[in-house]
Design a protein around this ligand. Structure first.
Ligand code: PGA
Length: 236
């Protein structure tokens, strides 16, 4: 099981250091088969890496560029992340698709470069509400996953867009069905994301084919995030 906390545009460097310092003590005795990772904003990565050094908690970025270097104002390369001690990156989060012009093609380019550079990658996929209502969920997932190739360091996060930050979650059956579709296309771990909380983590993480969670809002609160990690550690 992997529990990944996507902080989005939250927590300054000093806030990240304080949170990570408490998190590492809180999770120090966690048993079971659970990996934990946090994904702070770029400016808080160094503080998180430093604070979590010599722990099992990994640090990832929320995005990465596909070129190695050059005239790409405002972008960050995989080598820059690697040198900081960053271990993974998200790509293609729905907020980047919605607000920053991310497409399946740019997601694929980011994922390929990041994997080549040795980063682990969590590639985000998921249908919009109208796509689900129109019965297009499977077709959307097939299209989004088709640009990716199997890799030992690739993880997919299934995040139905209508469930992100809305308090609505996919039912355990909806999550299981979507994960089945994704796993029929690529043999990689698949996380569920979208309003995961300590209250629903047990049901969602208990579904066959659900290999962990990508947690947004609830990952900003120490007790909520630690609670989800503890729930995951109890799932066989
Ligand atoms: P949420 O976000 O848990 O706040 O719904 C999940 C995500 O965007 O990864």
């Amino acid at each position: 099981m992997l529990i990944a906390g996507n902080w989005k545009m939250n927590k300054t460097a000093s806030e990240a250091a304080e949170f990570c310092s408490t998190l590492k003590h809180r999770l120090s005795g966690i048993g079971g088969d659970v990996d934990v990772a946090v994904f702070p904003p770029f400016t808080s990565l160094a503080a998180a890496v430093r604070t979590l050094a010599e722990t099992e908690i990994a640090v990832g970025a929320q995005n990465v560029h596909w070129e190695a270097e050059g005239a790409f104002t405002g972008e960050i390369s995989a080598a820059m992340l690697r040198e900081l001690g960053v271990y993974a990156t998200l790509v293609g989060h729905s907020e980047r698709r919605q607000y920053c012009g991310e497409t399946d093609e740019t997601l694929a380019r980011r994922a390929a470069t990041a994997l080549e550079s040795g980063l682990f990658v969590i590639a985000c996929v998921g249908e919009l509400e109208w796509e689900r209502e129109a019965g297009e969920t499977e077709a959307v997932l097939r299209r989004q996953v088709s640009v990716l190739s199997e890799d030992d360091r690739l993880v997919i996060a299934y995040e139905p867009v209508w469930a992100i930050g809305t308090g609505k979650t996919a039912t355990p059956d909806q999550a299981r069905e979507a994960h089945e579709v994704i796993k029929s296309l690529l043999d990689v771990p698949v996380l569920y994301g979208g309003s995961v909380t300590p209250g629903n983590a047990d049901d969602l993480l208990g579904q066959p084919g659900v290999d962990g969670a990508l947690v947004g809002g609830a990952s900003l609160d120490l007790e909520s995030f630690a609670g989800i990690c503890e729930t995951a550690s109890r799932i066989p």
